[in-house]
Design a protein around this ligand. Structure first.
Ligand SMILES: *Cc1c(COP(=O)(O)O)cnc(C)c1O
Length: 220
């Protein structure tokens, strides 16, 4: 089933309305290494973890050398387990986390690729910078020595109101374009999950994070 899901998914995606290729990051929380490896064999090139412990436990069992993303909420005391293993940190949602990541990168002599997470729906249950504080956060974090800001990440609220979701997604694309105008290093807008990825791509997302659409329904 995973193989069919991946093949039909990858076959159905092309570019977004801006002509940018859309990258699928398989959200692998709760999945076994066998299932993750099946998705990679079927064509998945990027995988994203939510939990540090799961990431660490499964790390060596993953085959095919996919790009590694960290997409979950990150506590500063767990950074040390990820350093050197993660290609892109999606969920940088506060200044102190950015400072700790920069420090950890600096100690390793590495520069870490990050996305700034935006709480586009203003939800208390979600992390992310408030939209109105995004540009000031960007200025502060862009000045940190061992970080490279590659773009923005957002999770849209759970809602059946497609017009509302599209307007939030377009607001994210506008902010992304504004940052990109002043910073040629910006190239990633990570937005879209199994329930809303089509409208996110239509609004200009170029990276989607899919769990259910790849692996089927999860219990948690
Ligand atoms: C689980 C998860 C996803 C994927 O969710 P699905 O609805 O199963 O596609 C995407 N992003 C984050 C941050 C997640 O935790």
């Amino acid at each position: 089933m995973i193989e069919e899901n991946v093949k039909s998914l990858l076959g159905s995606l092309s570019v977004n309305p801006y002509g940018e290729k859309v990258t699928v990051v398989a959200a692998v929380k709760t999945q076994t290494p066998e299932d993750i490896n099946a998705a990679i064999r079927a064509g998945i090139t990027d995988i994203g973890d939510n939990r540090v412990q799961e990431f660490t436990q499964k790390y060596a069992a993953i085959e095919g050398n996919p790009k590694r993303h960290f997409i979950g909420r990150l506590q500063t005391n767990k950074i040390k387990y990820l350093i050197g293993k993660v290609d892109l940190y999606h969920s940088v949602d506060r200044i102190d986390l950015a400072e700790e990541l920069s420090l950890a990168g600096h100690k390793k002599g590495a520069s870490l690729n990050i996305l700034l997470q935006v709480n586009i729906g203003n939800e208390v249950t979600k992390g992310g910078f408030e939209f109105d504080k995004l540009f000031s956060a960007y200025e502060r974090i862009a000045a940190m020595p061992a970080l490279k800001i590659k773009g923005l990440m957002a999770m849209l609220p759970a809602s059946d109101d497609a017009a509302l979701l599209s307007s939030l997604a377009r607001k994210m694309r506008t902010a992304y374009d504004k940052l990109k105008d002043g910073d040629p290093g910006i190239s990633v807008l990570s937005m879209g999950m199994s329930g809303d990825y089509r409208l996110c791509i239509d609004a200009g997302s170029n990276m989607i994070r899919l769990g259910t659409a790849v692996f089927g329904k999860r219990d948690v």
